[in-house]
Write a protein that binds this ligand. Sequence first.
Ligand code: ADP
Length: 490
Amino acid sequence: MIKVLMVASEAAPFAKTGGLADVVGSLPAALRSFDCEVAVLIPRYRAVDLSSARRIYDSLPVWLGGVLHQTSLYQADAATPFYFLEAPSLYDRDGFYGDSDGDYPDNAARFAVLSRAALAVARRVFRPQILHCHDWQSGLVPVYLRTVFAFDPTFLGMKTLFTIHNLGYQGLFPPVVLPRVGLDRRVFKMDGLEFFGQVSFIKGGLNYSDAVSTVSKKYALEIQTPEYGFGLDGVLRARSADLHGILNGVDYGNWDPQTDPHIASHYSAGDLSGKRLCKQALIREFGLPELAMKRPLLGAISRLTPQKGTELIVEIAPQLTAEDLYLVMLGSGDAVYEEALRAAALAHPDRIGVRFGYDEALAHKIEAGADLFLMPSQYEPSGLNQMYSLRYGTVPVVRATGGLDDTIDEGTGFKFQEYSAQAFLAAVRAAAAAYEDRPGWEAMLRRGIRRDFSWRASAAEYAALYQKLLESGENAASFSRIQHQTHLRG
Ligand code: ADP
């Protein structure tokens, strides 16, 4: 039995803005079959419902930079211990990371407290052998562990894994935050936390953890190149021996057209008739004409950001309508994209339907009702929607990057290489042409539905990596950290 404490900023169903939450929400249960006992710590944002949670720790004080943060701990009523860190002045807000004015100005303290509290949880509540950190919000966990607590016997032999879900979000702050997050200025160096004059929380995760992983094999390679490395490709190349790519899995308990409670009719590879009813319901939901039943209906669900290639969807929208195609899209994010999409829908109300905001039920309806699913991402660490689409018989049209490239092939979808509207449109056209050949199209749907991206394979890889870490003893990285610590003291 390996005990693992995961530290993250989101976990479904308690707090979710994206794929990170899906992973942290469902990986722990999958790991149980591989003899791992996992607990998870996330902040208690206002959105986290405590009605079925119980308070298990009244006072878990966190001292940081001379300030005492009073925190307490709740535990959800679930098979996996999900712990919610309560500190109202830090987390009792509507947004997780910011509001309409942008990122919260105290994010460094908010997530430093989360990271320090994780070590308090590891000391007093759930003592793990592995601390598994996710994204920059937990990047300081390995830093505290290997500096402030380097000689604390409680943590002796504890290993850290840092998983990158998106290298584009790094947690960058001015150097003045260092004392506030309780770190010595001597960590402010190239192979520490310094990043072009700023403090980088993600570099903490990359430089101080025992191993690093990211969420697909292709993305693990891409981030070691300047094109995808966001300035961290050198750091990642230096750690390439400890850098692993493990694809995200799908929680088919939530995403299965045979049982999905959100969709108009259930269906399977053996009987696709229900998919037609789902398409009809979706068309009506968006007020599109019945004529759309005869033509390919394109769907998209995403954060509206440059990463997701939203601009390419905006660019090709007029062309889609000219080619007798239909589009429904759900998203939230940058206002410029919302405006552009709203304008496209206003110009072609009988062709394009858009909905803004976060709507879990509608996301399921789009997955079930669309014929094609669009993901023209600039980069995509893993991507979940293309895997959901396969299971829903909705053929993905994706840019060949990261997890999209690893999960979609000629037999199940359409890929394009160059990040351009032209290349994207060509792939959509190829898909629309294939749609005309009904037997061929249905064979493709069935192949997609039968692909299996469940957590089993990925959980096995994480479990093997945990095991390897525990067997590794004092490796070169920990040795250099001890030297570093000695230097700090000396
Ligand atoms: P990312 O984590 O980069 O946003 P992923 O494809 O890995 O992208 O995961 C996105 C997850 O968030 C999926 O479960 C998707 O259905 C969901 N999602 C994204 N935007 C919305 C939205 N506006 N409404 C409902 N669900 C959404």
